[in-house]
Design a protein around this ligand. Structure first.
Ligand SMILES: C[S@@+](CC[C@H](N)C(=O)[O-])C[C@H]1O[C@@H](n2cnc3c(N)ncnc32)[C@H](O)[C@@H]1O
Length: 314
C-alpha cells in the first residue's frame, strides 16, 4: 500500500463509519503513523508503507471508526499555538477556550500590566490560578504569555495533573506553574479545605494565603440531563469529571464564584468559560454579589455567550 492508497482506504473506512471531518482525520492519522507532515505525504503519493506502518495506520483508522477522538489517537492537540499532550485522562482543549485567554489578557492589558517581557525586567509578579486545569492548557498558555506570572493550577483528578505537569515541562514553564490536587480552590486556605484532601503539598510560600490577581476556569458545565445529546466521541471517551457539572450543568459555578471572591485581591479578575446555555444563570450569581463589578460577557465565534469576566471590588 502506498500513501495515496492509504489515504483512499482510510477515507473510505471513515466515510462508511459516518465520521465527521474524515479527510482531516485520515491525514492526521497517516501523518502520525508515518511520523511525517502533510506536505511530505502529498509529495510522496507512491511511497510504499512498510508493513508495520500500514498495520499501525489501519489500527488507528479502526479505532477512529469506532469513535475514539483523533486527538487521543495521536496524543496531541494545539491550544493557543502550543502543542499539548492529551490522553483520555484530560479533556481535549477546545478552540472556544481560547476566548478565556483573550479576555484574560485583554483585561490585564487594559491595566498596563506588561504581557510580554519585551522591555526588560518584569515590573510586578502576577499571581494567577487556573481551576480545573485538565491538560494544563490555560495555566501553561498564561504562564507562556505572562513571563512574570506565578501560576497555580488545580484539578480534582491526579491523572489529569500528571499530564498537565508533563505539558508544563514541555513548554519550559514548570518552575512557574504549580499543580495542586484539590476541589476547586479549596487548597488555598480561605475556603473550606475539608471537602477533598490536598494530595500534593504546595511550595511553602503558597501555604499562606496570598490573594490572586487573576483566576480563570473552564469548569465542567454539561448537564447529566444532556448526556444523550452528546457526540459519542465526547460521551464515551472524554473524562466525565471534566464534562459534567451536575444534573443541569451549572452546579459548579456558585461554589467557584464564592471561592474566587474570597481569594481575589482588590481589582482582581475572574474569567469563566460558560456552558452553551448557562450565561443567564451565571450572570445572576454575580449580580447577587455586590463585591463584583465590570461584569461582561463575550460571545464565541458561533455567537454563543462563552466567557464571563468580572472584577473584584474590595
Ligand atoms: C472542562 S475541563 C477543563 C480542562 C482545561 N482547563 C481545558 O480548558 O481544556 C474541567 C476540569 O475540571 C476538573 N474538575 C472537575 N471537578 C473539579 C473540582 N471539583 N475541583 C477541581 N477540578 C475539577 C476536571 O477533572 C477537568 O480536568
Amino acid at each position: 500500500m502506498d500513501t495515496r492508497a492509504a489515504l483512499k482506504e482510510g477515507m473510505a473506512q471513515l466515510r462508511a463509519a459516518q465520521i465527521s471531518s474524515h479527510t482531516l482525520a485520515v491525514e492526521l492519522l497517516l501523518m502520525h503513523a508515518l511520523g511525517r507532515d502533510r506536505a511530505w505525504i502529498y509529495g510522496h503519493p507512491e511511497q510504499l508503507l512498510d508493513p508495520a506502518e500500514a498495520e499501525k495506520f489501519l489500527a488507528l483508522i479502526a479505532r477512529r471508526a469506532a469513535g475514539e477522538p483523533v486527538q487521543y489517537l495521536t496524543g496531541k492537540q494545539e491550544f493557543w499555538g502550543l502543542e499539548f499532550e492529551v490522553t483520555p485522562a484530560v479533556l481535549i482543549p477546545r478552540p472556544e477556550t481560547e476566548h478565556v485567554m483573550e479576555v484574560a489578557l485583554a483585561r490585564l492589558g487594559e491595566r498596563g500590566i506588561k504581557i510580554h517581557m519585551d522591555t526588560g525586567a518584569p515590573r510586578k509578579t502576577l499571581r494567577v490560578a487556573d481551576v480545573g486545569t485538565g491538560s494544563g492548557c490555560l495555566a501553561i498558555a498564561l504562564a507562556w504569555e505572562l513571563p512574570h506570572a506565578e501560576v497555580f493550577a488545580t484539578d480534582i483528578s491526579e491523572s489529569a495533573l500528571e499530564v498537565a505537569r508533563r505539558n508544563a515541562a514541555r513548554h519550559g514553564v514548570a518552575h512557574r506553574v504549580h499543580f495542586l490536587r484539590c476541589d476547586l480552590l479549596t487548597g488555598f486556605g480561605k475556603t473550606d479545605p475539608s471537602s477533598v484532601g490536598v494530595g500534593h503539598a504546595m511550595p511553602a510560600s503558597t501555604q499562606n494565603v496570598t490573594l490572586f490577581d487573576l483566576i480563570v476556569s473552564n469548569p465542567p458545565y454539561i448537564g447529566r440531563n444532556e448526556t444523550a445529546q452528546l457526540q459519542r466521541e465526547v460521551r464515551d471517551h472524554e473524562p466525565h469529571a471534566a464534562l459534567f457539572g451536575g444534573p443541569t450543568g451549572v452546579e459548579m459555578y456558585q461554589r467557584l464564584i464564592d471561592q474566587a471572591r474570597e481569594l481575589l485581591r482588590n481589582r482582581g479578575i475572574l474569567v469563566l468559560e460558560l456552558g452553551h446555555d448557562s450565561a443567564q444563570h451565571v450572570r445572576g450569581i454575580f449580580d447577587a454579589q455586590p463585591e463584583w463589578n465590570k461584569i461582561a460577557i463575550t460571545m464565541d465565534l458561533a455567537g454563543i455567550p462563552r466567557v464571563l469576566a468580572a472584577e473584584r471590588a474590595r
